[in-house]
Structures are given as C-alpha cells and as structure tokens.
Design a protein around this ligand. Structure first.
Ligand code: PRP
Length: 245
C-alpha cells in the first residue's frame, strides 16, 4: 500500500533502503548494473499538479462504483489514462522487435489494471508474468527490504524483461526488484511505470518509461488502493481526507 500512503506519510521510508541503480547501464552504488538498453524516455512523461485535479462536484464518479462521497477529486481521468498507455505501449514496442517479445512482469497487485490495458495496447506480441512482493517495515512505508510472496513461474535467462509498475513512490521496491531480476540472467530489464511521485523518491532508480509525474497526495484507483479498496475505480483520484484522517 506504499503507493497510496496519506500525504503526511508519503516518502517516509526508513533508512537502509536499496542501493542506487541506474538504467543507463552504469553500476550503481551496490555494484549491480541495470541491464537496460538505453536512456529514459523522459519526453513521454506528463507532469500532473494539484491544479489539474478536478474536484468532485454534484456528480460523483466514485458513486458509480459504490464510493459515494469518498473521493475529493479526479487526478487523471479514464481518457487520459488510455491515451497515455497507448503512447507508452508504442514507445516500448519501438524498442523491441517481433522476434524477441517483451516479457512483461506485472508487480501485484497494484499494476494489474495497468498491465492488462498496456498489453492490449502493445502493437507487438508480449508475454505475461506476475510477481508479488511485500516490503518489510511499517504498514505505511517501505523499508527497501523485500520479501517475495509470489515468484515468476519461469526462467528469464536471455529474455527482454519489462517490469510493469503502477506507481513509484520511494523507489525502494523497484530498486530491490531490479537487483533481484538482474541476477537471473535476462538480456535486458526495463521498467514502465504509469505513475511516479518525484518528491517521494528515496533511491535513484532511473525508469525508462514513465506515464505521469504526480504530486505526493494520496492517490487511489486504477489499481491503487487504500486498505484494499478503490483498486476497481477506472480513473486515478484523490481520496477525501475524511477517509483516512
Ligand atoms: C505499491 C506499488 C509499488 C510500491 C511502490 O505496492 O504497487 O509496488 O508500492 O512503492 P515504493 O516505491 O515506495 O517502494 P504495495 O506494496 O502498496 O502493494 P500493492 O501493489 O499490492 O497495493
């Protein structure tokens, strides 16, 4: 639930997190080089600010899903999500070819909505794998020490892996995951993340494809939860403060 911490708690990860990993192929402070083939595609990333949030008025879109009066605003609507995912999919496809289909590694549970839409938007074949990890530490911040709850079902030796993440908050989960997958002999490991909170980042994890940079506010929907709720919303919204204060 790290990706949806309340604003007051966001980015409060304790010390001792993962090492620095660079996607340009340079070794990080932990001595492990990311296997990414190139630079981050920063032109793909849209910057979203609080000014972009559309306050919930009389028509409450959360009510359609049983969350009447629980959301404060829509931060990224369905159409914008769809358009961005199409752009990300095109960019990832351009860096791959039909003969070496990307192996998409979805990090459960938050990335489920994203990976299904992303895979369907890809104009090339892809294969799907799932991983579930949990971070040691408090319920509200990750420690960077990660335990695997569900591992990949197959060997990734020689494969071009694309980790699919819903959100990068402190970056600790991803930093650990990159180091873990790098030990398994893949041809490359890249990351596509729908959302990133630049102000919450604690470790330097360069991510090749990022959809939106967002504020540190408490976001839910499109896979992101608070207490396992709201994942089913088709848009990214801001949770009303009265729901967690
Ligand atoms: C979220 C998100 C990322 C991680 C990001 O997962 O899906 O995996 O937190 O946080 P970090 O950058 O601070 O490490 P979470 O642990 O909340 O599990 P979930 O996806 O099952 O909700």
């Amino acid at each position: 639930m790290t990706g949806s911490d309340p604003p007051s708690l966001a980015g409060t990860a304790p010390e001792g997190g993962g090492g620095v990993v660079h996607s340009d192929g340079a070794a990080g402070s932990n001595g492990v080089a990311n296997l990414s083939g190139g630079e981050s595609r920063s032109h793909l990333t849209s910057r979203i600010t609080n000014a972009d949030a559309i306050p919930i008025g009389d028509a409450d879109p959360g009510a359609d899903h049983g969350y009447h009066g629980e959301l404060a605003a829509i931060l990224i609507g369905e159409d914008d999500l769809k358009a961005k995912i199409a752009v990300l999919a095109k960019a990832v496809a351009a860096d791959h070819d039909m003969d070496t289909p990307p192996l998409l590694v979805c990090v459960l549970k938050g990335a489920v909505m994203f990976v299904t839409d992303f895979a369907r938007a890809l104009p090339i074949p892809s294969e799907l794998e799932f991983m579930a990890v949990t971070s040691y530490g408090s319920a509200t911040s990750s420690s960077g020490v990660v335990r695997i709850l569900k591992d990949l079902d197959r060997d990734i030796t020689g494969r071009r892996v694309v980790i699919v993440e819903d959100i990068i908050d402190s970056g600790l989960t991803l930093s650990w995951l990159l180091r873990n997958l790098a030990t398994r002999g893949p041809a490359s490991v890249d990351v596509v993340a729908l959302l990133r909170k630049p102000e919450a980042i604690k470790v330097d994890v360069d991510v090749r494809y990022v959809g939106f940079d967002i504020p540190t506010d408490f976001v839910v929907g499109y896979g992101l939860d608070y207490g396992e709720r709201y994942r089913d919303l088709p848009f990214v919204g801001l949770l009303g403060e009265h729901m967690y204060r």
